[in-house]
Write a protein that binds this ligand. Sequence first.
Ligand SMILES: [Zn+2]
Length: 162
Amino acid sequence: MVEYRVTFAISSMLFILFTSMSFIAGVMEDAITVIARYMVMKRLINDVITLLAVKEYLLDGFPPSVIAFKYKTSKFKVRGHIQRIIDKAGNYRIATKILERLYPLLMSVEPVMLRNGGRMLCTLCNTYIRPSDAESHLRKKHKEFVNAVVHKVIMASSVKEV
Ligand SMILES: [Zn+2]
């Protein structure tokens, strides 16, 4: 009887442990996908400042004011980018972990937008667009392409960890 109770207690504990672990892994996976998509977009449209600002804050530990000064942008814009990543991750620690995994892979993605004066050229369809329309152009016209790049980055990041 005692043995049965102990076995039962252990198996319930293992069940709870397993369930919470897979729950955390699930949340983490979702966060990786959302952050990968956000960062891949910035990379594809060649938004170097956003990528560097997020990286220098989360991975190198620079304060937003230092980053803003370095890239001649506002502290509030830098904070905005960082906050978006942290919100998507759920908290600062998870955001840092995810970015550590994704950043080198993001850098190996080739941008598809080229800045040409005040306009941008989408090299996927050879169309000139306004820089402010770059992200929505990719989302609307090249959805499959973006999905494939995001998928590739995520796959590569999990392979690396094993
Ligand atoms: Zn295009």
